[in-house]
Design a protein around this ligand. Structure first.
Ligand code: URA
Length: 198
């Protein structure tokens, strides 16, 4: 059984293990015409509880980096490759990623963001369809053809990486500031992005 209304999946039972482990389907949040879209891996415990992507510790890091770049969460769209929480927070399997891929493709087609930022190895590999060494490739921009359209993608480490390894924080914050620039949002954010220059 599966059903998508606009950008929201309302019903889906394609992945038996995830149907078992989830308490709800966690859809993307943010404007349906956002210029900047962040793509994570899959909901964790907090997201499963709250029904919103990136509301746990990783979400706080992302919020801090957005604020630093002069942006706020409601300015951007945030979604995941897989919309249901995997058991014990394991990585989604390639089958689960492919089961959920059509929903993501539809979301990207409808939102048509200027820039997609992949948060971590799993979403980077999923979108680019190749293996990615995220620590060394973080910060690179690539064009990815999806269906009829080419999308500009900025690769980033996952915000959780900054919690395991404090030395990754600066690089992550720089990548998010770059995302604000590349998506054109830095100019429309009341000049806050440039206040730090003074
Ligand atoms: N990590 C992710 O990749 N996605 C979330 O929504 C939360 C944590």
């Amino acid at each position: 059984m599966e059903h998508m209304e606009g950008l929201c999946v309302t019903d889906c039972e394609r992945c038996p293990a995830l149907v078992e482990s989830r308490s709800r389907i966690v859809n993307g949040v943010g404007p349906d015409d956002a210029d900047l879209l962040f793509l994570g891996e899959a909901p964790g415990a907090k997201e499963d509880e709250g029904g919103e992507p990136f509301v746990g510790r990783s979400g706080s890091v992302l919020d801090d980096a957005l604020r630093d770049a002069g942006l706020a969460r409601p300015d951007v769209r945030i979604t995941n490759c897989v919309r249901c929480r995997p058991p014990e927070n394991r990585d989604p399997t390639s089958e689960e990623l492919s089961n959920c891929r059509g929903y993501l493709a539809r979301e990207l087609e409808l939102v048509e963001p200027e820039l997609i930022v992949t948060l971590g190895k799993v979403p980077s590999q999923n979108l680019l369809d190749r293996s990615v060494a995220i620590t060394s490739e973080s910060g690179s921009v690539v064009d990815v053809r999806l269906g009829e359209r080419s999308h500009r993608v900025l690769l980033s480490v996952h915000p959780a990486a900054t919690l395991y390894d404090r030395s990754q924080r600066e690089g992550f914050f720089e990548t998010i500031a770059r995302a604000a620039d590349l998506s054109g949002l830095a100019d429309s954010s009341n000049g806050q992005a440039s206040l730090g220059d003074f």
